[in-house]
Design a protein around this ligand. Sequence first.
Ligand code: PEP
Length: 249
Amino acid sequence: MRTPYVAGNWKMNLDRRAARDLAVAVRDHAVSGVDVGLFPALVHLDEVTRATAGSHVRVGGQNCSDEQEGAFTGEVSARMLKDIGATVALVGHSERRHVYGESDEFIARKVRRALEDGLEVMLCVGETIEERRDGRTEAVCQAQLTAGLEGLDHAALARVSVAYEPVWAIGTGETASPEQAGAVHSYLRGVLSGAFGDEVGAAMRILYGGSVKPTNAAELMAVPDIDGALVGGASLRPELFLPIIDAAS
Ligand code: PEP
């Protein structure tokens, strides 16, 4: 049985105090049977890991370098994230892919680096609206997923979760219907089973992301292959994020 997982991607939002207050609100919210994650901006990670230390909340970086250390100005390594208490890295978010031009190969190197250096990974995949209109949703998501996880052994794969985030639904207010999302989730689970075996396919959590709100969270997460939510905008307000966590339990 897969434990539901709800994570908030705060992107480049909040100031230090607001990040701490939000982390405390999430920490103090009683949950049962749901894994909860927060991805604050890099400069707020230390504050948020301190605020949530010893709690059920896992904290992660929104990105990490594909390199271990050295002359890479502006980059932050998986080891550095781990050193300040982060346990997970978000890799391949559509804003990294489409705004910063990160390729499947580059993302795969980040996935491997993060896992090798002791972090869990949440790997994001998803199609653009043009790709969906062209009937390429499955091909695009399959390619992103298999490239991102290529060569990983079962022990490494056990520390990976996937977020299916259709690009057209991120920050737009437009949400994939439970049927649309469920179809892609089932397809991706089949891809995982085909590539790595049924055990991996059955065990890996696949979250949905894209304009998740308290009003649509429950029906999305009721779909059998949807194991939780990666939440952007609504994760910035406790009155929206906490009911989404509740909807997963
Ligand atoms: C995201 O950025 O991962 C996301 C899903 O954003 P939003 O919930 O705002 O669509």
